[in-house]
Design a protein around this ligand. Structure first.
Ligand code: NG6
Ligand code: CA
Length: 508
């Protein structure tokens, strides 16, 4: 009888605690910048750009020195963030045109779906770039499947990138502000008759293209692809940061009754860099520096909103970037000319598109007032790991295969990170294991000329010891054949033999 009472009490206690746990789950906000480099944040060593608000999160949360995006470009990183799956397992996870179909299966479990099961309200505001629809999108009716079908209750997005058409916002599948008598047509193949393009009408441009980006002109900026119609729905580039931020603020203010998950995809400092006039000249680095200052201000405004709403103690903020930095990414915008002594990649080699460290090692911060104690962590963590870690945090049993539960590490209670990670850049992959990186031979240029970035190709194996050589200057492949073989074996175990068939780098 006694043991029965003990067991009974235990059951009651357990069910009560799991019940109240549901109510105590914190809000979760992922702030995801676009192309922000490891060295672009002052807390990470930038001296030419001042980022007080990003620094606030870094200095009062866990600042990871070895935090990785899953890829050196946008779409694959976002795919991995939302699914917890390696992007090289999904062939479609590569830089997408604005007309691409949705690449996340609607039957697949995703981060927002998992959190919804835990009682969350879910929203994405900002950059999407994971495709929409199933093939031929009609931009003038309900566009689906999209974010709503993969777990977001609310979605206010740009379809692809700021430099790609369609240059409109989409709210829950409908183009915001569309006039039905001026329907939108989009093509990535052909221009529409009689329409000006960056290629044919340079006299109409307020920003000149350098490579690519010579299609339809919107607000004086030539884009990738061609767009007709939709005049009343076109976004204002200089207002984009304010526009998304206002959506973010309104969302936070309206969702206080239940925990929410907000994925805030900022467009900065991706091209075209169009700071609001308030931020022009905020740095000495031209538009690229100025939009980083603008992004930093947005982070501050978000924090302020949480403070005003009394949500600071109950909100976990994750701050990171989808891939590493690039200066000239297709427009003449003074990014190179005004760079001065700024190092967007910090001490790391490479940049966006690169298998070298700067391609994927990015600013990565977790902040939660009162719950996370300030510290710097050298643990190896990937954005992939957020899925399983946030599942653990919120009481879900779901885990994604490639996503390691590192909740204790993200909370600053442990220094243990992953043991290994497959790095990806434009469909090529490499292995990080412990402090070692092995990059297998790949054909193709060592440097992407247009963007002036070393992307990691070589006809030789490359082996680097990051504990001694963080800038990847000394290839140890020849002098340490044992380590090299160990790494190759492990790499093939994970990637299979066919990895090296990927030889062409993809930019479109
Ligand atoms: C490239 C674009 C680049 C950028 C990138 C996507 C050209 C020549 N370059 O193809 O400007 O848009 O795609 O960036 O068109 S990402 O951050 O979304 O991956
Ligand atoms: Ca990006």
């Amino acid at each position: 009888m006694k043991s029965f009472i003990v067991a009974f009490t235990l059951i009651i206690t357990l069910s009560l605690s799991s019940c109240s746990e549901g109510h105590q789950n914190p809000n979760i906000i992922i702030i995801y910048t676009d192309d922000l480099g490891y060295g672009d944040v002052s807390a990470y060593g930038a001296t030419e750009i001042n980022t007080p608000n990003m620094d606030f999160l870094a200095n009062n949360g866990v600042q990871f020195t070895q935090g990785y995006a899953s890829s050196a470009t946008c779409t694959p990183s976002r795919y991995a963030l939302l699914t917890g799956s390696y992007p090289w397992k999904e062939k479609r996870a590569r830089i997408l045109p604005g007309t691409a179909p949705l690449i996340i299966d609607t039957a697949q479990i995703t981060l927002p779906k998992m959190l919804k099961k835990q009682g969350y309200q879910t929203a994405v505001i900002g950059k999407w770039h994971l495709g929409l629809g199933t093939g031929q999108v009609d931009w003038n009716t309900h566009i689906s499947p999209g974010p709503n079908e993969i777990g977001f209750d609310h979605a206010y997005i740009m379809a692809a990138t700021q430099d790609r058409v369609p240059t409109v916002y989409i709210e829950n599948g409908y183009v915001d502000g569309l006039d039905p008598s001026d329907p939108i047509e989009i093509s990535y193949k052909r221009n529409y008759e009689g329409q000006a393009t960056g290629k044919n009408n340079p006299e109409l441009l307020s920003m000149m293209w350098h490579h690519g980006h010579n299609g339809t002109i919107v607000n004086g900026v030539p884009r990738i692809g061609f767009m007709k119609g939709g005049e009343s729905a076109k976004w204002s580039d200089i207002d984009m940061a304010d526009h998304f931020l206002n959506k973010v603020k309104n969302y936070i203010k309206s969702k206080k009754d239940k925990p929410f998950f907000l994925y805030y995809g900022m467009q900065q400092p991706h091209v075209p860099r169009t700071p609001h006039p308030r931020f022009v000249g905020a740095t000495s680095l031209g538009p690229r520096g100025d939009v980083i200052a603008e992004a930093d201000w947005c982070v501050g405004e978000l924090v302020k909103t949480l403070q005003e709403e009394g949500l600071m103690e109950n909100t976990l903020i994750v701050f990171s970037s989808d891939n590493g930095p690039v200066l000239n990414d297709g427009y003449y915008d003074d990014a190179v000319e005004k760079n001065g002594s700024h190092t967007a990649a910090g001490v790391l080699r490479g940049g966006k598109y690169s298998l070298f460290e700067a391609g994927t090692r990015v600013p990565f911060i977790t902040y939660w007032k009162g719950k996370i104690q300030p510290k710097k962590s050298d643990a190896l963590v990937s954005q992939l790991d957020l899925f399983s870690s946030l599942a653990k945090l919120t009481g879900s049993d779901l885990r994604a295969d490639d996503s390691v539960d590192l909740l204790d590490t993200f909370m600053g209670n442990s220094n243990i990170g992953r043991e290994e990670l497959i790095l990806e850049a434009t469909t090529r992959t490499a292995l990080r294991s412990g402090d070692w990186v092995m990059i297998p031979p790949y054909n193709g240029p060592a440097k992407l000329k247009a963007v002036n970035i070393e992307i990691g190709n070589s006809n030789q194996y490359q082996l680097y010891d990051l504990s001694q050589d963080i800038s990847q200057q000394i290839n140890l492949a020849e002098s340490n054949p044992e380590k090299l073989n160990e790494m190759i074996l492990r790499f093939k175990e994970i990637r299979g033999e066919s990895y090296s068939k990927v030889k062409k780098i993809e930019l479109k």
